[in-house]
Design a protein around this ligand. Structure first.
Ligand SMILES: [Zn+2]
Length: 416
């Protein structure tokens, strides 16, 4: 069948319409529901319209009950959630940041549409975008929401907020001082932000070996966090060194991104302030697989990767809540690579089920959408994926997505 997008519309394939509502039944699945601590076998999951209606022990059913979807030894899971992605940046470019500043807006949007489709086909049904030039993630979000193009549900911050000349200026808006930063955060809200993204430090991969110097002051991050929270939005902070991680944690942002170079004391601040960590692990691992690195860059990357691994391991040891993400849009980081991040979370010490929760229910809680998506329980939206194999024994199975259902509609099927 190939990768069919939207090729399984209910009525066209003789599906079952009860008063216009399609009923689909995943039969005899192995189910990982995103919240439980164990997989369950021999389960039927019944989808009515856009919603999960019931999860019950399997039994013989006749075709009149609904569209029967045989699961054939595969595992059903909630649609995956990517907590940090840049769909407007070009992972095929050597330098996505300068490319996006140069290219026509139309090209950026077309590529973003492709990224959204690629993410959805990889089983990712919800995404927190981490900043786009010219607030193009608002357009992308709205085009997906309006059914113009396929893609995950997107939570968009508009532009990331950074200082003049700071990291992220090509996918952000530059602002300085308390008044300027306050105006910048209010402008993102005015223009339709679902969430706020700030840049509290440089990026170690782009600067000197131990650089990643902090860029926002404690007072500034406090103001940005309270401004977002006062208006009912969550806020996440790019922070790579100990000082910026500590400041972001103390300001009680909802999540800190990367923390590549954070020490134990900074990571403990995350725990003490109940701040989630989005480590973006795939970035350092995949970057080291590139064959175009200079020896100097490779040795710097190895150093950063080792620090990054240590920081993630320590956060997991301490009990910091961690979630999964791709950080796609970085060179060679594609929207489909979420499974890599989940697998590295496991390699760094998170149990396999918790690594899956980091991309399902726990990610949903961080994004504030847990009453809607992130688990397979009755009443939630029917965002589900069928994967080939058992992710609990082989997390790479999450990279072998055979079927994607979004809001009750099968949007992708793959046959060998
Ligand atoms: Zn990022």
């Amino acid at each position: 069948m190939g990768d069919g997008l939207g090729d399984n519309e209910g009525d066209e394939q003789g599906n079952h319409l009860n008063g216009g509502t399609v009923t689909s039944i995943f039969q005899n699945c192995r189910l990982i529901d995103g919240v439980g601590d164990h997989a369950r076998d021999q389960v039927d999951v019944i989808i009515e319209g856009t919603t999960i209606k019931a999860v019950e022990p399997t039994r013989a059913r006749d075709a009149g009950e609904g569209r029967l979807i045989p699961t054939l030894g595969r595992t059903l899971l909630p649609g995956l959630i990517d907590c940090h992605a840049h769909y407007t940046l070009d992972p095929w470019a050597r330098d996505p940041f300068s490319q996006v500043a140069r290219e026509p807006v139309g090209m950026t949007m077309l590529r973003a549409a492709r990224a959204a489709r690629d993410g959805l086909l990889a089983g990712i049904t919800t995404v927190r975008d981490a900043g786009a030039p010219r607030q193009l993630n608002f357009l992308l979000r709205d085009a997906i929401r309006n059914g113009l193009i396929p893609g995950p549900r997107l939570l968009s911050p508009g532009c990331a907020i950074t200082i003049t000349g700071g990291h992220g200026m090509t996918f952000g808006v530059e602002a300085d001082g308390m008044d300027g930063l306050q105006q910048a955060v209010r402008a993102q809200m005015r223009d339709g932000a679902d969430v706020i993204k700030i840049v509290a430090s440089e990026a170690a991969m782009l600067t000197g070996p131990e650089a990643a110097v902090e860029e926002l002051t404690q007072e500034e991050i406090n103001m940005l966090a309270s401004e977002a929270h006062r208006r009912g939005l969550r806020i996440f902070s790019h922070a790579q060194n100990s000082i910026s991680v500590t400041r972001s944690a103390r300001a009680r942002v909802d999540s800190v991104e990367h923390a590549f170079l954070a020490d134990g004391a900074a990571l403990r601040e995350l725990l003490d302030n109940q701040v989630t960590l989005t480590p973006t692990l795939a970035v350092t691992e995949v970057t080291l697989e590139r064959d175009d690195l200079t020896p100097a860059f490779r040795s710097r990357m190895l150093h950063i990767r080792d620090k990054h691994w240590w920081s993630c391991e320590e956060a997991i040891r301490l009990g910091v809540n961690v979630v999964a993400s791709t950080d796609c849009g970085e060179p060679c980081i594609y929207p489909s690579l979420l499974w890599r991040d989940i697998r590295i979370l496991h390699d760094r010490g998170l149990g396999a089920m918790n690594a899956i929760k980091a991309a399902t229910s726990r990610a949903a809680v961080l994004l504030g959408v847990e009453h809607f998506v992130g688990s397979i329980v009755p009443g939630l939206q029917a965002d589900c994926i069928l994967v080939d194999g058992d992710p609990l024994t082989d997390l790479a199975a999450l990279g072998r997505v055979d079927m994607v259902m979004q809001a009750g509609r099968i949007v992708h099927t793959r046959t060998a």
